[in-house]
Design a protein around this ligand. Structure first.
Ligand code: NAD
Ligand code: GLY
Length: 350
Protein backbone atom coordinates (compact mmCIF):
# COMPACT_ATOMS: atom_id res chain seq x y z
CA UNK A 1 0.00 0.00 0.00
CA UNK A 2 1.25 3.48 -0.86
CA UNK A 3 -0.16 6.82 0.30
CA UNK A 4 1.43 9.76 -1.53
CA UNK A 5 0.49 13.23 -0.35
CA UNK A 6 0.16 15.89 -3.04
CA UNK A 7 0.87 19.26 -1.52
CA UNK A 8 -1.14 21.29 -4.04
CA UNK A 9 -3.20 24.44 -3.35
CA UNK A 10 -5.90 22.01 -2.26
CA UNK A 11 -3.86 19.08 -0.88
CA UNK A 12 -4.95 15.47 -1.27
CA UNK A 13 -3.67 11.91 -1.10
CA UNK A 14 -3.10 9.33 -3.79
CA UNK A 15 -3.79 5.91 -2.27
CA UNK A 16 -2.53 2.93 -4.26
CA UNK A 17 -3.78 -0.30 -2.71
CA UNK A 18 -4.94 -3.74 -3.82
CA UNK A 19 -8.65 -4.47 -3.31
CA UNK A 20 -9.39 -0.95 -2.06
CA UNK A 21 -12.45 -0.42 -4.30
CA UNK A 22 -14.57 -2.96 -2.44
CA UNK A 23 -14.43 -0.68 0.64
CA UNK A 24 -14.13 2.69 -1.07
CA UNK A 25 -16.37 4.34 1.55
CA UNK A 26 -13.63 3.83 4.17
CA UNK A 27 -11.46 6.25 2.18
CA UNK A 28 -14.21 8.71 1.26
CA UNK A 29 -16.02 8.93 4.59
CA UNK A 30 -13.21 10.86 6.39
CA UNK A 31 -13.36 13.45 3.59
CA UNK A 32 -17.05 13.65 2.81
CA UNK A 33 -20.27 13.16 4.76
CA UNK A 34 -22.79 10.80 3.14
CA UNK A 35 -24.42 13.21 0.71
CA UNK A 36 -25.25 12.27 -2.86
CA UNK A 37 -22.71 10.76 -5.22
CA UNK A 38 -22.62 10.49 -9.00
CA UNK A 39 -20.39 7.75 -10.40
CA UNK A 40 -19.22 8.45 -13.95
CA UNK A 41 -17.82 5.52 -15.93
CA UNK A 42 -17.63 4.00 -19.41
CA UNK A 43 -19.32 0.92 -20.82
CA UNK A 44 -16.19 -1.26 -20.43
CA UNK A 45 -15.44 -0.39 -16.83
CA UNK A 46 -18.97 -0.01 -15.44
CA UNK A 47 -20.01 -3.68 -15.91
CA UNK A 48 -16.83 -4.74 -14.08
CA UNK A 49 -16.72 -2.41 -11.07
CA UNK A 50 -19.66 -0.02 -10.79
CA UNK A 51 -21.99 -2.39 -8.95
CA UNK A 52 -19.36 -3.10 -6.28
CA UNK A 53 -18.56 0.60 -5.74
CA UNK A 54 -22.24 1.52 -5.64
CA UNK A 55 -23.10 -1.24 -3.18
CA UNK A 56 -20.34 -0.21 -0.79
CA UNK A 57 -21.25 3.48 -0.90
CA UNK A 58 -24.96 2.81 -0.53
CA UNK A 59 -24.24 0.57 2.45
CA UNK A 60 -22.32 3.47 4.01
CA UNK A 61 -25.31 5.80 3.66
CA UNK A 62 -24.51 7.58 0.40
CA UNK A 63 -27.25 8.04 -2.18
CA UNK A 64 -25.78 7.07 -5.56
CA UNK A 65 -26.69 7.80 -9.19
CA UNK A 66 -24.64 6.83 -12.23
CA UNK A 67 -23.73 8.08 -15.69
CA UNK A 68 -22.22 5.54 -18.09
CA UNK A 69 -21.13 6.47 -21.61
CA UNK A 70 -19.51 4.57 -24.53
CA UNK A 71 -15.75 4.04 -24.11
CA UNK A 72 -13.09 5.67 -26.25
CA UNK A 73 -11.24 8.90 -26.91
CA UNK A 74 -13.90 9.98 -29.45
CA UNK A 75 -16.29 10.39 -26.51
CA UNK A 76 -14.07 12.95 -24.75
CA UNK A 77 -15.88 15.79 -26.48
CA UNK A 78 -18.04 18.82 -25.79
CA UNK A 79 -21.33 17.10 -26.68
CA UNK A 80 -20.70 14.27 -24.22
CA UNK A 81 -19.61 16.73 -21.53
CA UNK A 82 -22.80 18.77 -21.88
CA UNK A 83 -24.92 15.61 -21.76
CA UNK A 84 -23.17 14.69 -18.50
CA UNK A 85 -23.66 18.08 -16.82
CA UNK A 86 -27.31 18.17 -17.98
CA UNK A 87 -27.75 14.78 -16.29
CA UNK A 88 -26.13 16.12 -13.12
CA UNK A 89 -28.57 19.03 -13.13
CA UNK A 90 -31.53 16.67 -13.79
CA UNK A 91 -30.44 14.72 -10.73
CA UNK A 92 -30.46 18.01 -8.76
CA UNK A 93 -26.92 17.44 -7.52
CA UNK A 94 -25.82 20.24 -5.21
CA UNK A 95 -22.49 21.80 -4.28
CA UNK A 96 -22.18 19.45 -1.30
CA UNK A 97 -22.37 16.37 -3.51
CA UNK A 98 -19.53 14.30 -4.91
CA UNK A 99 -18.52 12.99 -8.32
CA UNK A 100 -16.49 9.79 -8.67
CA UNK A 101 -14.64 9.25 -11.96
CA UNK A 102 -14.35 5.47 -12.31
CA UNK A 103 -12.29 4.52 -15.35
CA UNK A 104 -9.34 5.41 -17.53
CA UNK A 105 -8.06 8.82 -18.57
CA UNK A 106 -11.03 9.54 -20.82
CA UNK A 107 -13.49 9.18 -17.94
CA UNK A 108 -11.16 11.00 -15.55
CA UNK A 109 -10.49 13.97 -17.82
CA UNK A 110 -14.12 14.51 -18.83
CA UNK A 111 -15.79 13.77 -15.50
CA UNK A 112 -13.13 15.90 -13.79
CA UNK A 113 -14.00 18.81 -16.08
CA UNK A 114 -17.70 18.36 -15.29
CA UNK A 115 -16.83 18.49 -11.57
CA UNK A 116 -14.64 21.55 -12.12
CA UNK A 117 -17.45 23.54 -13.74
CA UNK A 118 -20.84 22.19 -12.55
CA UNK A 119 -22.20 24.79 -10.09
CA UNK A 120 -18.74 26.41 -10.43
CA UNK A 121 -17.11 23.33 -8.98
CA UNK A 122 -17.95 20.31 -6.82
CA UNK A 123 -15.64 17.80 -5.13
CA UNK A 124 -14.52 14.77 -7.08
CA UNK A 125 -12.53 11.58 -6.58
CA UNK A 126 -10.38 9.96 -9.26
CA UNK A 127 -10.56 6.16 -9.37
CA UNK A 128 -8.14 5.24 -12.17
CA UNK A 129 -8.65 1.75 -13.62
CA UNK A 130 -6.18 1.89 -16.54
CA UNK A 131 -2.39 1.84 -16.14
CA UNK A 132 -2.11 5.16 -17.96
CA UNK A 133 -4.65 6.81 -15.67
CA UNK A 134 -2.96 5.33 -12.59
CA UNK A 135 0.50 6.68 -13.44
CA UNK A 136 -0.50 9.99 -14.96
CA UNK A 137 -3.95 11.35 -15.79
CA UNK A 138 -5.63 10.82 -12.40
CA UNK A 139 -3.02 12.93 -10.59
CA UNK A 140 -2.39 16.66 -10.89
CA UNK A 141 -5.82 18.10 -11.58
CA UNK A 142 -5.72 18.62 -15.34
CA UNK A 143 -9.22 18.08 -16.72
CA UNK A 144 -10.39 18.62 -20.29
CA UNK A 145 -12.25 17.52 -23.39
CA UNK A 146 -11.01 17.60 -26.98
CA UNK A 147 -12.16 20.14 -29.56
CA UNK A 148 -12.17 19.63 -33.34
CA UNK A 149 -8.99 21.74 -33.50
CA UNK A 150 -7.06 19.52 -31.11
CA UNK A 151 -6.58 17.58 -27.89
CA UNK A 152 -7.57 18.86 -24.46
CA UNK A 153 -8.27 22.39 -25.68
CA UNK A 154 -11.29 22.99 -23.39
CA UNK A 155 -10.53 22.30 -19.78
CA UNK A 156 -9.70 23.48 -16.29
CA UNK A 157 -7.35 22.81 -13.42
CA UNK A 158 -9.25 21.16 -10.58
CA UNK A 159 -7.55 18.94 -8.03
CA UNK A 160 -9.50 15.88 -6.83
CA UNK A 161 -10.06 15.41 -3.08
CA UNK A 162 -8.66 11.86 -3.38
CA UNK A 163 -7.14 9.52 -5.93
CA UNK A 164 -7.88 5.87 -5.12
CA UNK A 165 -6.06 3.36 -7.29
CA UNK A 166 -7.04 -0.28 -6.75
CA UNK A 167 -4.32 -2.12 -8.64
CA UNK A 168 -6.40 -5.31 -8.84
CA UNK A 169 -8.57 -3.54 -11.46
CA UNK A 170 -5.56 -3.83 -13.80
CA UNK A 171 -6.22 -7.59 -13.93
CA UNK A 172 -9.05 -6.95 -16.40
CA UNK A 173 -7.14 -4.36 -18.44
CA UNK A 174 -6.45 -5.60 -21.99
CA UNK A 175 -2.77 -6.13 -22.91
CA UNK A 176 -2.86 -3.28 -25.44
CA UNK A 177 -3.82 -0.89 -22.61
CA UNK A 178 -0.90 -2.13 -20.50
CA UNK A 179 1.34 -1.36 -23.47
CA UNK A 180 -0.26 2.07 -23.82
CA UNK A 181 0.38 2.87 -20.14
CA UNK A 182 4.04 1.90 -20.56
CA UNK A 183 4.46 4.85 -22.97
CA UNK A 184 3.79 7.33 -20.13
CA UNK A 185 5.85 5.27 -17.65
CA UNK A 186 8.94 5.42 -19.89
CA UNK A 187 8.32 9.18 -20.21
CA UNK A 188 8.72 9.48 -16.42
CA UNK A 189 12.06 7.71 -16.68
CA UNK A 190 13.29 10.61 -18.82
CA UNK A 191 12.23 13.14 -16.18
CA UNK A 192 15.21 12.57 -13.89
CA UNK A 193 14.21 9.01 -12.92
CA UNK A 194 16.87 7.03 -14.85
CA UNK A 195 16.65 4.19 -12.29
CA UNK A 196 13.14 3.49 -13.59
CA UNK A 197 14.54 3.01 -17.10
CA UNK A 198 17.15 0.57 -15.76
CA UNK A 199 14.46 -1.37 -13.90
CA UNK A 200 12.35 -1.63 -17.07
CA UNK A 201 15.38 -2.64 -19.13
CA UNK A 202 16.16 -5.46 -16.70
CA UNK A 203 12.59 -6.74 -16.87
CA UNK A 204 9.89 -5.12 -19.04
CA UNK A 205 6.76 -4.35 -17.03
CA UNK A 206 4.64 -6.51 -19.37
CA UNK A 207 6.51 -9.56 -18.02
CA UNK A 208 6.71 -8.25 -14.48
CA UNK A 209 3.16 -7.20 -13.66
CA UNK A 210 3.52 -7.89 -9.96
CA UNK A 211 5.83 -4.87 -9.86
CA UNK A 212 3.11 -2.59 -11.27
CA UNK A 213 2.13 -1.23 -7.85
CA UNK A 214 5.73 -0.12 -7.13
CA UNK A 215 6.14 1.41 -10.57
CA UNK A 216 2.82 3.28 -10.32
CA UNK A 217 3.93 4.69 -6.96
CA UNK A 218 7.29 5.75 -8.43
CA UNK A 219 5.60 7.59 -11.31
CA UNK A 220 3.02 9.23 -9.03
CA UNK A 221 5.81 10.44 -6.73
CA UNK A 222 7.68 11.86 -9.75
CA UNK A 223 4.52 13.65 -10.87
CA UNK A 224 3.83 14.90 -7.33
CA UNK A 225 7.33 16.40 -7.15
CA UNK A 226 6.69 18.37 -10.35
CA UNK A 227 3.05 19.37 -9.68
CA UNK A 228 3.95 20.64 -6.20
CA UNK A 229 6.48 23.02 -7.74
CA UNK A 230 4.22 24.24 -10.55
CA UNK A 231 0.55 23.30 -10.26
CA UNK A 232 -0.73 25.37 -13.20
CA UNK A 233 2.07 24.74 -15.67
CA UNK A 234 3.77 28.09 -15.74
CA UNK A 235 7.20 26.39 -15.64
CA UNK A 236 8.57 22.94 -14.87
CA UNK A 237 5.22 21.12 -15.19
CA UNK A 238 5.61 21.45 -18.95
CA UNK A 239 8.30 18.73 -18.64
CA UNK A 240 5.43 16.25 -18.24
CA UNK A 241 4.67 16.92 -21.89
CA UNK A 242 7.74 15.06 -23.14
CA UNK A 243 6.66 13.28 -26.33
CA UNK A 244 3.35 15.16 -26.41
CA UNK A 245 4.18 17.95 -28.92
CA UNK A 246 4.23 15.47 -31.81
CA UNK A 247 2.21 12.88 -29.87
CA UNK A 248 -0.97 14.95 -29.86
CA UNK A 249 -0.63 15.46 -33.63
CA UNK A 250 -0.17 11.70 -34.12
CA UNK A 251 -3.34 10.99 -32.12
CA UNK A 252 -5.34 13.56 -34.06
CA UNK A 253 -4.03 12.66 -37.53
CA UNK A 254 -4.74 8.97 -36.85
CA UNK A 255 -8.30 9.87 -35.75
CA UNK A 256 -7.36 8.46 -32.33
CA UNK A 257 -6.59 5.01 -33.79
CA UNK A 258 -3.13 5.49 -32.27
CA UNK A 259 -3.86 5.87 -28.54
CA UNK A 260 -2.24 8.42 -26.25
CA UNK A 261 0.58 6.34 -24.71
CA UNK A 262 1.59 4.89 -28.11
CA UNK A 263 1.59 8.39 -29.61
CA UNK A 264 3.73 9.69 -26.73
CA UNK A 265 6.23 6.86 -27.40
CA UNK A 266 6.60 7.87 -31.07
CA UNK A 267 6.67 11.54 -30.05
CA UNK A 268 9.58 10.89 -27.67
CA UNK A 269 11.57 9.15 -30.41
CA UNK A 270 10.93 11.97 -32.91
CA UNK A 271 12.00 14.60 -30.37
CA UNK A 272 15.09 12.60 -29.37
CA UNK A 273 16.10 12.18 -33.04
CA UNK A 274 15.72 15.95 -33.51
CA UNK A 275 17.75 16.58 -30.36
CA UNK A 276 20.67 14.61 -31.83
CA UNK A 277 20.84 17.23 -34.59
CA UNK A 278 19.96 20.38 -32.63
CA UNK A 279 21.01 19.77 -29.02
CA UNK A 280 24.02 17.45 -29.28
CA UNK A 281 22.11 14.52 -27.80
CA UNK A 282 24.26 11.39 -27.97
CA UNK A 283 22.70 9.14 -30.70
CA UNK A 284 23.09 6.12 -28.40
CA UNK A 285 20.26 7.61 -26.28
CA UNK A 286 17.89 7.27 -29.26
CA UNK A 287 19.00 3.67 -29.78
CA UNK A 288 18.45 2.81 -26.10
CA UNK A 289 15.07 4.58 -26.03
CA UNK A 290 13.86 2.71 -29.12
CA UNK A 291 15.03 -0.60 -27.66
CA UNK A 292 13.18 0.00 -24.38
CA UNK A 293 9.99 1.05 -26.18
CA UNK A 294 10.18 -2.01 -28.45
CA UNK A 295 10.65 -4.25 -25.40
CA UNK A 296 7.30 -2.88 -24.23
CA UNK A 297 5.77 -3.48 -27.68
CA UNK A 298 5.42 0.26 -28.28
CA UNK A 299 5.79 1.84 -31.75
CA UNK A 300 8.85 3.96 -32.53
CA UNK A 301 7.94 5.47 -35.91
CA UNK A 302 4.99 6.83 -37.87
CA UNK A 303 4.04 7.32 -41.49
CA UNK A 304 2.07 10.49 -40.64
CA UNK A 305 3.43 13.41 -42.68
CA UNK A 306 5.59 16.05 -40.97
CA UNK A 307 3.26 18.82 -42.19
CA UNK A 308 0.33 17.30 -40.32
CA UNK A 309 2.34 17.04 -37.11
CA UNK A 310 3.58 20.62 -37.43
CA UNK A 311 0.08 21.94 -38.14
CA UNK A 312 -1.23 20.17 -35.01
CA UNK A 313 1.64 21.64 -32.97
CA UNK A 314 0.41 25.14 -33.85
CA UNK A 315 -2.79 24.37 -31.89
CA UNK A 316 -0.85 22.95 -28.97
CA UNK A 317 -1.44 24.72 -25.65
CA UNK A 318 2.34 25.21 -25.37
CA UNK A 319 2.32 27.37 -28.50
CA UNK A 320 2.60 31.13 -28.02
CA UNK A 321 2.49 33.14 -31.22
CA UNK A 322 5.33 31.97 -33.46
CA UNK A 323 7.01 29.98 -30.72
CA UNK A 324 6.36 26.76 -28.85
CA UNK A 325 7.80 25.30 -25.65
CA UNK A 326 9.14 21.80 -26.31
CA UNK A 327 10.64 19.09 -24.09
CA UNK A 328 13.98 17.79 -25.33
CA UNK A 329 15.85 14.74 -24.01
CA UNK A 330 19.36 15.76 -22.90
CA UNK A 331 20.59 12.32 -21.79
CA UNK A 332 19.21 8.86 -21.01
CA UNK A 333 16.83 9.68 -18.16
CA UNK A 334 16.97 13.46 -18.40
CA UNK A 335 15.17 16.21 -20.36
CA UNK A 336 14.94 20.01 -20.51
CA UNK A 337 12.49 22.66 -21.66
CA UNK A 338 13.34 24.76 -24.70
CA UNK A 339 11.47 27.46 -26.63
CA UNK A 340 11.74 27.24 -30.42
CA UNK A 341 9.96 28.87 -33.35
CA UNK A 342 7.55 26.73 -35.34
CA UNK A 343 10.06 26.88 -38.20
CA UNK A 344 12.80 25.56 -35.91
CA UNK A 345 10.42 22.80 -34.77
CA UNK A 346 10.21 21.66 -38.40
CA UNK A 347 13.95 21.03 -38.21
CA UNK A 348 13.39 18.51 -35.40
CA UNK A 349 11.45 16.23 -37.75
CA UNK A 350 14.59 14.97 -39.43
P1 NAD B 1 -9.26 5.26 -21.76
O1 NAD B 1 -9.91 5.94 -20.64
O2 NAD B 1 -9.93 5.30 -23.09
O3 NAD B 1 -9.04 3.73 -21.32
C1 NAD B 1 -8.50 2.83 -22.26
C2 NAD B 1 -9.45 1.64 -22.48
O4 NAD B 1 -9.34 0.76 -21.39
C3 NAD B 1 -10.92 2.02 -22.60
O5 NAD B 1 -11.53 1.20 -23.58
C4 NAD B 1 -11.47 1.68 -21.22
O6 NAD B 1 -12.83 1.37 -21.25
C5 NAD B 1 -10.64 0.48 -20.87
N1 NAD B 1 -10.44 0.21 -19.45
C6 NAD B 1 -10.03 1.09 -18.50
N2 NAD B 1 -9.86 0.45 -17.34
C7 NAD B 1 -10.16 -0.85 -17.55
C8 NAD B 1 -10.13 -2.02 -16.74
N3 NAD B 1 -9.70 -1.98 -15.48
N4 NAD B 1 -10.53 -3.18 -17.29
C9 NAD B 1 -10.92 -3.25 -18.58
N5 NAD B 1 -10.93 -2.20 -19.41
C10 NAD B 1 -10.55 -1.01 -18.88
O7 NAD B 1 -7.79 5.79 -22.00
P2 NAD B 1 -6.52 5.93 -21.03
O8 NAD B 1 -5.39 5.36 -21.79
O9 NAD B 1 -6.81 5.45 -19.68
O10 NAD B 1 -6.35 7.52 -20.94
C11 NAD B 1 -6.08 8.28 -22.08
C12 NAD B 1 -6.61 9.68 -21.88
O11 NAD B 1 -5.94 10.29 -20.77
C13 NAD B 1 -6.37 10.58 -23.08
O12 NAD B 1 -7.54 11.30 -23.36
C14 NAD B 1 -5.28 11.53 -22.61
O13 NAD B 1 -5.34 12.78 -23.25
C15 NAD B 1 -5.59 11.62 -21.14
N6 NAD B 1 -4.46 12.04 -20.30
C16 NAD B 1 -4.68 13.03 -19.39
C17 NAD B 1 -3.67 13.43 -18.54
C18 NAD B 1 -3.95 14.46 -17.48
O14 NAD B 1 -3.01 14.90 -16.82
N7 NAD B 1 -5.19 14.85 -17.26
C19 NAD B 1 -2.41 12.83 -18.62
C20 NAD B 1 -2.21 11.82 -19.56
C21 NAD B 1 -3.25 11.43 -20.39
N1 GLY C 1 0.23 14.86 -18.29
C1 GLY C 1 0.62 16.24 -18.25
C2 GLY C 1 0.35 16.91 -16.94
O1 GLY C 1 -0.30 16.38 -16.07
O2 GLY C 1 0.79 18.00 -16.76
Amino acid sequence: MFRIHINASEPYDVVIENNSLSHISDYIRPLKEPYRVIIVSDDNVAPLYLKMVKANLTGAGYSVCEYVFPHGEDEKNATRLIDLVEYMADQSLTRKDLLIALGGGVVGDMAGFAAATYLRGIDYVQVPTSLLAAVDSSVGGKTAVNLKAGKNLWGAFKQPILVLCDTTTLDTLPRKEWINGCGEIIKYGFLDVPGLLTQLENKPLLENREKAIDIIARCVQAKADIVEQDERESGVRALLNLGHTFGHGIEKASHFKIPHGNAVAIGMVLMAQGAVHHDNLNPTVVTKLKKLLAAHELPTETSIRADELLEAAKHDKKSQGDTIKIVVPTDYGHSKLKVVTHEELRGYLV
